[in-house]
Design a protein around this ligand. Sequence first.
Ligand code: HSE
Length: 310
Amino acid sequence: MSEEKVKVFAPASIANVSCGFDVFGFAIEELGDFVEAHFNNEGRNIIESIEGAEGLPLEPEQNVTTIAAQALLNEVAEKRGVTFKIRKTVIPGSGLGSSASAAVAGVFAVNELLGKPFTKQELVRFAGIGEQFASNQLHHDNVAPSMLGGFAVVRSNEPLDILSIDYPEDIRVVVARPLIEIETKKAKRMLGRTMSISNAVIQFGNVAGLVLGMTSKDYNLIGRSMVDMLAEPVRSKLIPLYDEAKQATLDAGAIGTNIAGSGPAIFSFCKGDESAQTVLEAFKKVYSKSDLSVTYFISKINPEGAKRIF
Ligand code: HSE
């Protein structure tokens, strides 16, 4: 029996990035899931503890971390079970990819215990199985950046094809997170099943524009491409003071503002630290008028993704 213990971190992430519903996502810094893991003698997975979030299931068949990890163990026909300790610093249902970082941390930890049979790129599909359990739908726009870091483009889910694109080094992300919960499952059900051709044409143009804006580091193009005809018009209604916060942040110099994943967190892209601070103050000013509890932070895009701590 291997005595090895590993501890890993998988970062939170922001999916959709306005026009790229289920396609774009980037990793952020600091927040995420820490997982400690070791093989056990029980022949089954065990979750010893979960810190940092209430009410998450300890049953391995119901927990995103262990579901994703088990998918990897099955792939290599590994019969041993793994014991996990989980610590979350990203709140579930906040739009910051909590289930994705949980899935990625589980898979990444087990891959380390197995002696790294898979590359990070290959591990994304196992994490996707955990995410699918959480949201009832296969999407990789949070798990891909959480695993790989940087800005990911999910060109295809089946077969899985993930691309990483460049982005401006001085881009900053400002996040306002109202402390209400929006479940991704529900937010996905809210969206219609079809989109008009005229809206699809607008969306295609913006998707192309956002990719080109990111890779050519053209902030003006990034800003004018951050238009979403699909999710924002429906989901923004669930987020208190969304329109006001968006307008205030744009007036304060944000490059673009939109919903983080399925919300309720809202993010702005800004050019540099000073602008990010001004935009953060603009968010604060809007929400100071409400009784809502809101947390705020500024992050860079995290280039590294999942990492081993020991
Ligand atoms: N692309 C997913 C959605 C992300 O918007 O439903 C969920 O965080």
